[in-house]
Design a protein around this ligand. Structure first.
Ligand code: GYE
Length: 326
């Protein structure tokens, strides 16, 4: 009996110290407390140049802010993200942040985090949860606006013209906020111009490899393509390879519009292979660390924090490239 009780007490003690240790506080074993805020971050994956720059920004900013970052890469899979978030809850991290691969299916795990008293921050991408109390804030771009900027530029290029303009759209990951919203914003912007039509719209999953293979197929099935609108630079760059292999000149025979403005995209823009890029900033790290500290301290933060961004023409890309950080 006594032995059993002691064993139970010891198990309890071990569990408590393990949890406290993982939280970065009161390390019962050594009696030390490094006082560091522990942030669990679940990243989408490494699908694009944007994502790599975003990961670098978050890792550097955490180190600079003295935050202990538990970084988990979901390799583009929602199940892996849910698993990572559940593990952060078990480890009792101080704050959880994640960039949701798709918008739906998060309610249950977010509720678990809330019940555990761990604040959640959405970065980069949104969720479609109706219950806004499941997360503290959403830090990231206005993707609808990005789509609108892309469409507005195309409308402007065709001002006063009535000849048909056939657009091919390469969408991002199906069900992801930037894919849904960039499609929506673009469609709204071109709506009043019946001569501008999206003749084909297919997902290239935000990767260069899929952008290339999907474009190869489209080039074969679609005889007249005037414009390519790709939801990110990487798919656009993959498509450029396919266009060149088909004996056409990207940026001349086919006008190309992309979103992100990462270095490779900006280089292709300056070289005349892309015609217009809408910027989407991946440098969310410093703001994320700031928000993590605030929500951990119980401060109220704005529910929606927008990233500032611009657009680039070929001339503007040439001027901006030397100072481009990513
Ligand atoms: O545009 C794309 C990446 O969610 C804003 O995801 C991000 C997008 C970005 O793979 O390149």
């Amino acid at each position: 009996m006594r032995v059993k009780m002691m064993a139970a007490a010891l198990t309890g003690l071990l569990a408590v110290s393990a949890l406290a240790g993982c939280g970065g506080k009161d390390d019962a074993g050594s009696g030390k407390d490094d006082g560091k805020l522990v942030l669990g971050f679940s990243q989408v994956g490494a699908e694009s140049g944007w994502r790599t720059a975003n990961t670098n920004s978050i890792q550097t900013a955490a180190a600079d802010a003295g935050i202990e970052l538990k970084f988990s890469d979901a390799q583009g899979k929602q199940e892996k993200q849910i698993e990572a978030i559940r593990s952060f809850i078990t480890q009792k991290v101080d704050v959880i942040a994640f960039s949701p691969v798709v918008t739906s299916g998060w309610d249950s795990v977010l509720k678990d985090a809330k019940d555990a008293g761990i604040p959640v921050i959405l970065t980069d991408r949104a969720v479609d949860s109706q219950d806004k109390s499941l997360y503290k804030t959403f830090l990231g771009s206005d993707f609808v606006k990005e789509g609108t900027e892309a469409g507005n530029w195309l409308v402007k290029q065709n001002e006063g013209k009535t000849t048909p303009v056939n657009v091919v759209e390469l969408q991002g990951t199906v069900g992801a906020a930037p894919a849904i919203d960039r499609q929506k914003g673009f469609a709204e912007a071109i709506k009043a111009n019946p001569n501008i039509t999206v003749v084909k719209s297919q997902s290239g999953n935000f990767t260069r490899a899929e952008g290339k293979t999907v474009m190869e197929g489209i080039l074969q099935s679609t005889p007249k393509i005037d414009v390519l609108y790709a939801h990110n630079d990487d798919m656009g760059l993959g498509a450029i390879e396919a266009i060149e292999a088909a004996g056409k000149k990207p940026g001349k025979d086919i006008t190309i519009i992309t979103v992100d403005a990462v270095k490779d995209g900006m280089t292709a823009l300056a070289d005349g292979k892309i015609n217009f890029i809408v910027e989407c900033s991946p440098l969310l790290g410093p703001q994320l660390m700031d928000l993590a500290k605030k929500v951990h301290a119980g401060e109220t933060v704005e529910p929606r924090i927008l990233t500032e961004e611009t657009t680039f023409t070929q001339e503007q890309a040439k001027a901006a490239l030397p100072d481009r950080k990513y």
